[in-house]
Design a protein around this ligand. Sequence first.
Ligand SMILES: [Zn+2]
Length: 290
Amino acid sequence: MKKMKTCMWLLLLLPAGAVWAAPNPDWTTPLAPFRIADNLYYVGSKDLASYLVVTPKGDILINSSLESSPALIQKSVEQLGFHFKDIKILLISHAHADHDAGSAEVKRLTGATYMVMDGDVAVVESGGAKDFAYPKDLYPATKVDRVLHDGDQVRLGGAVLVAHKTPGHTRGCTTWTMRALIGGHPRDVVIVGSWNVNPGFRLVDRPGKPASYPGIAADYERTFVVLKKLPCDVFLGAHGAYFDMLAKLDRAKAGAGESVWIDPDGYKAAVAERELAFEAELKRQQQGGS
Ligand SMILES: [Zn+2]
Protein backbone atom coordinates (compact mmCIF):
# COMPACT_ATOMS: atom_id res chain seq x y z
CA MET A 1 0.00 0.00 0.00
CA LYS A 2 2.81 2.36 1.01
CA LYS A 3 4.58 1.54 -2.23
CA MET A 4 1.50 2.43 -4.25
CA LYS A 5 1.26 5.81 -2.50
CA THR A 6 4.89 6.60 -3.36
CA CYS A 7 4.31 5.72 -7.02
CA MET A 8 1.26 7.97 -7.18
CA TRP A 9 3.23 10.87 -5.75
CA LEU A 10 5.93 10.37 -8.34
CA LEU A 11 3.36 10.50 -11.11
CA LEU A 12 1.70 13.61 -9.67
CA LEU A 13 4.97 15.48 -9.34
CA LEU A 14 6.18 14.76 -12.86
CA PRO A 15 5.05 16.77 -15.89
CA ALA A 16 2.72 14.78 -18.13
CA GLY A 17 5.34 14.17 -20.82
CA ALA A 18 7.77 12.71 -18.34
CA VAL A 19 5.57 9.99 -16.88
CA TRP A 20 7.52 7.31 -18.75
CA ALA A 21 10.67 8.39 -16.87
CA ALA A 22 9.14 7.71 -13.46
CA PRO A 23 11.75 5.52 -11.81
CA ASN A 24 10.55 2.00 -12.36
CA PRO A 25 12.48 -0.17 -9.89
CA ASP A 26 12.47 -3.04 -12.40
CA TRP A 27 14.66 -0.93 -14.70
CA THR A 28 17.61 -1.15 -12.30
CA THR A 29 16.90 -4.47 -10.55
CA PRO A 30 19.40 -7.10 -11.69
CA LEU A 31 18.16 -10.32 -13.28
CA ALA A 32 20.26 -13.45 -13.69
CA PRO A 33 21.28 -13.57 -17.37
CA PHE A 34 19.93 -16.41 -19.48
CA ARG A 35 20.15 -18.00 -22.91
CA ILE A 36 17.24 -17.47 -25.31
CA ALA A 37 18.60 -19.33 -28.34
CA ASP A 38 21.91 -20.86 -29.44
CA ASN A 39 23.87 -17.59 -29.71
CA LEU A 40 21.38 -15.11 -28.23
CA TYR A 41 21.38 -14.17 -24.54
CA TYR A 42 19.46 -11.82 -22.25
CA VAL A 43 21.82 -9.54 -20.28
CA GLY A 44 19.43 -6.78 -19.16
CA SER A 45 17.67 -5.90 -15.91
CA LYS A 46 14.28 -7.11 -14.70
CA ASP A 47 12.57 -4.95 -17.36
CA LEU A 48 15.11 -3.02 -19.46
CA ALA A 49 16.10 -5.51 -22.11
CA SER A 50 19.67 -5.87 -23.37
CA TYR A 51 20.63 -8.71 -25.69
CA LEU A 52 24.00 -10.26 -26.45
CA VAL A 53 24.59 -12.01 -29.79
CA VAL A 54 27.71 -14.13 -29.48
CA THR A 55 29.84 -14.95 -32.54
CA PRO A 56 33.34 -16.33 -33.13
CA LYS A 57 34.42 -12.87 -34.33
CA GLY A 58 33.14 -10.99 -31.27
CA ASP A 59 29.77 -10.04 -29.88
CA ILE A 60 26.90 -7.65 -30.58
CA LEU A 61 25.10 -5.82 -27.75
CA ILE A 62 21.61 -4.44 -28.26
CA ASN A 63 20.73 -1.62 -25.78
CA SER A 64 23.13 0.10 -23.41
CA SER A 65 20.06 1.17 -21.34
CA LEU A 66 20.31 3.80 -18.57
CA GLU A 67 23.48 5.76 -17.88
CA SER A 68 23.92 3.55 -14.79
CA SER A 69 23.20 0.24 -16.59
CA PRO A 70 26.55 -0.74 -18.21
CA ALA A 71 27.92 -2.14 -14.91
CA LEU A 72 24.83 -4.40 -14.57
CA ILE A 73 25.08 -5.46 -18.23
CA GLN A 74 28.83 -6.15 -17.91
CA LYS A 75 28.22 -8.31 -14.82
CA SER A 76 25.57 -10.30 -16.69
CA VAL A 77 27.87 -10.82 -19.70
CA GLU A 78 30.65 -12.05 -17.41
CA GLN A 79 28.28 -14.28 -15.41
CA LEU A 80 27.56 -16.08 -18.69
CA GLY A 81 31.30 -16.62 -19.15
CA PHE A 82 31.79 -14.04 -21.92
CA HIS A 83 34.08 -11.01 -21.99
CA PHE A 84 32.58 -7.51 -22.09
CA LYS A 85 35.54 -6.37 -24.20
CA ASP A 86 34.50 -8.86 -26.92
CA ILE A 87 31.55 -6.58 -27.75
CA LYS A 88 32.42 -5.22 -31.20
CA ILE A 89 29.09 -3.68 -32.20
CA LEU A 90 26.58 -1.68 -30.13
CA LEU A 91 22.97 -1.28 -31.34
CA ILE A 92 19.84 0.24 -29.74
CA SER A 93 16.07 -0.21 -29.90
CA HIS A 94 15.47 3.55 -29.96
CA ALA A 95 16.94 6.85 -28.77
CA HIS A 96 15.32 7.19 -25.36
CA ALA A 97 17.43 7.39 -22.19
CA ASP A 98 16.24 4.00 -20.92
CA HIS A 99 17.80 2.29 -23.97
CA ASP A 100 20.73 4.46 -25.11
CA ALA A 101 22.03 6.58 -22.19
CA GLY A 102 24.71 4.00 -21.34
CA SER A 103 26.16 3.99 -24.87
CA ALA A 104 29.07 6.39 -24.18
CA GLU A 105 30.19 4.16 -21.31
CA VAL A 106 29.80 0.92 -23.31
CA LYS A 107 31.87 2.46 -26.14
CA ARG A 108 34.51 3.62 -23.65
CA LEU A 109 34.79 0.18 -22.04
CA THR A 110 34.68 -1.93 -25.23
CA GLY A 111 35.60 0.28 -28.18
CA ALA A 112 32.49 -1.06 -29.93
CA THR A 113 31.27 0.42 -33.22
CA TYR A 114 27.99 2.24 -32.55
CA MET A 115 25.34 1.78 -35.25
CA VAL A 116 22.08 3.79 -35.08
CA MET A 117 19.05 4.19 -37.39
CA ASP A 118 19.07 7.45 -39.40
CA GLY A 119 16.09 9.07 -37.62
CA ASP A 120 17.66 8.65 -34.17
CA VAL A 121 21.23 9.77 -34.92
CA ALA A 122 20.73 13.48 -34.10
CA VAL A 123 19.12 12.58 -30.77
CA VAL A 124 21.92 10.17 -29.80
CA GLU A 125 24.66 12.62 -30.83
CA SER A 126 23.00 15.47 -28.87
CA GLY A 127 22.67 13.34 -25.72
CA GLY A 128 18.89 13.50 -25.92
CA ALA A 129 18.63 17.29 -26.43
CA LYS A 130 17.12 16.88 -29.92
CA ASP A 131 14.43 14.41 -28.87
CA PHE A 132 10.93 15.66 -29.70
CA ALA A 133 9.43 14.54 -26.40
CA TYR A 134 12.12 14.59 -23.71
CA PRO A 135 14.74 17.22 -24.64
CA LYS A 136 15.56 17.76 -20.96
CA ASP A 137 16.25 14.10 -20.27
CA LEU A 138 19.97 14.46 -21.00
CA TYR A 139 22.73 11.87 -21.04
CA PRO A 140 26.29 11.77 -22.43
CA ALA A 141 26.24 12.60 -26.14
CA THR A 142 27.66 9.69 -28.13
CA LYS A 143 29.14 9.64 -31.61
CA VAL A 144 27.47 7.29 -34.08
CA ASP A 145 30.01 5.34 -36.17
CA ARG A 146 27.61 3.93 -38.76
CA VAL A 147 24.26 5.40 -39.74
CA LEU A 148 21.73 2.66 -40.50
CA HIS A 149 18.83 2.85 -42.94
CA ASP A 150 15.67 0.76 -43.14
CA GLY A 151 16.52 -2.81 -44.13
CA ASP A 152 20.26 -2.52 -43.48
CA GLN A 153 22.08 -5.60 -42.28
CA VAL A 154 24.55 -5.75 -39.41
CA ARG A 155 26.92 -8.70 -39.89
CA LEU A 156 29.53 -10.18 -37.58
CA GLY A 157 31.03 -13.69 -37.42
CA GLY A 158 28.14 -15.34 -39.26
CA ALA A 159 25.37 -13.48 -37.37
CA VAL A 160 23.07 -11.29 -39.45
CA LEU A 161 20.75 -8.74 -37.83
CA VAL A 162 18.31 -6.75 -39.94
CA ALA A 163 17.32 -3.21 -38.92
CA HIS A 164 13.64 -2.49 -39.60
CA LYS A 165 12.73 1.17 -39.22
CA THR A 166 9.55 1.26 -37.10
CA PRO A 167 9.21 4.99 -36.30
CA GLY A 168 6.63 6.94 -34.33
CA HIS A 169 7.79 6.29 -30.76
CA THR A 170 11.04 7.92 -31.93
CA ARG A 171 11.95 8.95 -35.46
CA GLY A 172 14.46 6.13 -35.80
CA CYS A 173 12.84 3.45 -33.62
CA THR A 174 14.29 0.12 -34.76
CA THR A 175 12.90 -3.41 -34.67
CA TRP A 176 15.69 -5.95 -34.99
CA THR A 177 15.25 -9.37 -36.58
CA MET A 178 17.63 -12.33 -36.82
CA ARG A 179 17.58 -16.10 -37.19
CA ALA A 180 18.63 -18.29 -34.27
CA LEU A 181 18.40 -21.96 -33.34
CA ILE A 182 16.12 -23.26 -30.60
CA GLY A 183 15.95 -27.03 -30.20
CA GLY A 184 18.15 -27.35 -33.29
CA HIS A 185 15.64 -25.57 -35.55
CA PRO A 186 16.13 -22.13 -37.10
CA ARG A 187 13.68 -19.57 -35.73
CA ASP A 188 12.73 -16.04 -36.75
CA VAL A 189 13.51 -13.68 -33.88
CA VAL A 190 11.83 -10.26 -33.59
CA ILE A 191 13.03 -7.66 -31.04
CA VAL A 192 10.32 -4.97 -31.05
CA GLY A 193 11.73 -1.41 -30.78
CA SER A 194 8.54 0.13 -29.39
CA TRP A 195 4.92 0.47 -30.43
CA ASN A 196 3.74 2.81 -27.69
CA VAL A 197 2.23 6.29 -27.93
CA ASN A 198 3.58 7.89 -24.75
CA PRO A 199 1.64 10.38 -22.62
CA GLY A 200 2.10 13.85 -24.13
CA PHE A 201 2.78 12.64 -27.70
CA ARG A 202 0.72 14.72 -30.15
CA LEU A 203 -0.40 12.71 -33.17
CA VAL A 204 -2.55 15.45 -34.71
CA ASP A 205 -1.47 18.80 -36.21
CA ARG A 206 -3.49 21.78 -34.97
CA PRO A 207 -2.89 25.52 -35.31
CA GLY A 208 -0.73 26.50 -32.36
CA LYS A 209 -0.54 22.86 -31.30
CA PRO A 210 1.62 21.03 -33.82
CA ALA A 211 2.12 17.29 -33.93
CA SER A 212 5.11 15.98 -31.94
CA TYR A 213 6.88 15.84 -35.31
CA PRO A 214 5.52 16.18 -38.85
CA GLY A 215 4.17 12.82 -40.05
CA ILE A 216 4.23 11.04 -36.68
CA ALA A 217 0.76 9.46 -37.12
CA ALA A 218 1.63 8.17 -40.62
CA ASP A 219 4.88 6.77 -39.20
CA TYR A 220 2.97 4.77 -36.56
CA GLU A 221 0.59 3.50 -39.24
CA ARG A 222 3.49 2.29 -41.40
CA THR A 223 5.15 0.76 -38.34
CA PHE A 224 2.13 -1.46 -37.68
CA VAL A 225 2.09 -2.53 -41.35
CA VAL A 226 5.77 -3.54 -41.00
CA LEU A 227 5.29 -5.33 -37.67
CA LYS A 228 2.31 -7.34 -38.98
CA LYS A 229 4.40 -8.56 -41.93
CA LEU A 230 7.47 -9.70 -39.99
CA PRO A 231 7.73 -13.47 -39.61
CA CYS A 232 8.04 -14.15 -35.89
CA ASP A 233 8.72 -17.31 -33.91
CA VAL A 234 10.69 -15.80 -31.02
CA PHE A 235 8.96 -12.71 -29.62
CA LEU A 236 11.24 -10.22 -27.79
CA GLY A 237 11.33 -6.45 -27.25
CA ALA A 238 13.02 -3.43 -25.71
CA HIS A 239 11.20 -3.97 -22.40
CA GLY A 240 10.58 -7.36 -20.82
CA ALA A 241 6.98 -6.28 -20.23
CA TYR A 242 6.35 -6.15 -24.01
CA PHE A 243 6.59 -9.94 -24.24
CA ASP A 244 5.66 -11.05 -20.72
CA MET A 245 9.26 -11.99 -20.06
CA LEU A 246 9.14 -12.65 -16.31
CA ALA A 247 6.18 -15.06 -16.55
CA LYS A 248 7.82 -16.88 -19.48
CA LEU A 249 11.10 -17.05 -17.55
CA ASP A 250 9.30 -18.72 -14.63
CA ARG A 251 7.91 -21.32 -17.05
CA ALA A 252 11.35 -21.81 -18.62
CA LYS A 253 12.87 -22.46 -15.18
CA ALA A 254 9.99 -24.78 -14.26
CA GLY A 255 11.06 -27.11 -17.05
CA ALA A 256 9.75 -25.68 -20.32
CA GLY A 257 13.24 -24.46 -21.26
CA GLU A 258 13.99 -22.19 -24.22
CA SER A 259 10.78 -23.21 -26.01
CA VAL A 260 8.90 -20.58 -23.93
CA TRP A 261 10.39 -17.85 -26.12
CA ILE A 262 8.64 -19.30 -29.18
CA ASP A 263 5.40 -17.33 -29.17
CA PRO A 264 4.15 -16.36 -32.65
CA ASP A 265 0.54 -16.02 -31.40
CA GLY A 266 1.61 -13.80 -28.50
CA TYR A 267 3.46 -11.57 -30.98
CA LYS A 268 0.44 -11.27 -33.29
CA ALA A 269 -1.89 -10.54 -30.37
CA ALA A 270 0.45 -7.91 -28.91
CA VAL A 271 0.86 -6.13 -32.28
CA ALA A 272 -2.92 -6.13 -32.75
CA GLU A 273 -3.56 -4.82 -29.23
CA ARG A 274 -0.97 -2.01 -29.59
CA GLU A 275 -2.37 -1.05 -33.02
CA LEU A 276 -5.86 -0.75 -31.51
CA ALA A 277 -4.45 1.40 -28.69
CA PHE A 278 -2.73 3.66 -31.25
CA GLU A 279 -5.92 3.97 -33.32
CA ALA A 280 -7.99 4.80 -30.22
CA GLU A 281 -5.50 7.49 -29.16
CA LEU A 282 -5.43 8.94 -32.69
CA LYS A 283 -9.23 9.08 -32.77
CA ARG A 284 -9.33 10.67 -29.32
CA GLN A 285 -6.91 13.40 -30.43
CA GLN A 286 -8.71 13.89 -33.78
CA GLN A 287 -11.90 14.49 -31.82
CA GLY A 288 -10.21 17.28 -29.88
CA GLY A 289 -8.69 15.42 -26.94
CA SER A 290 -5.41 16.96 -25.88
ZN1 LIG B 1 10.96 4.82 -25.41
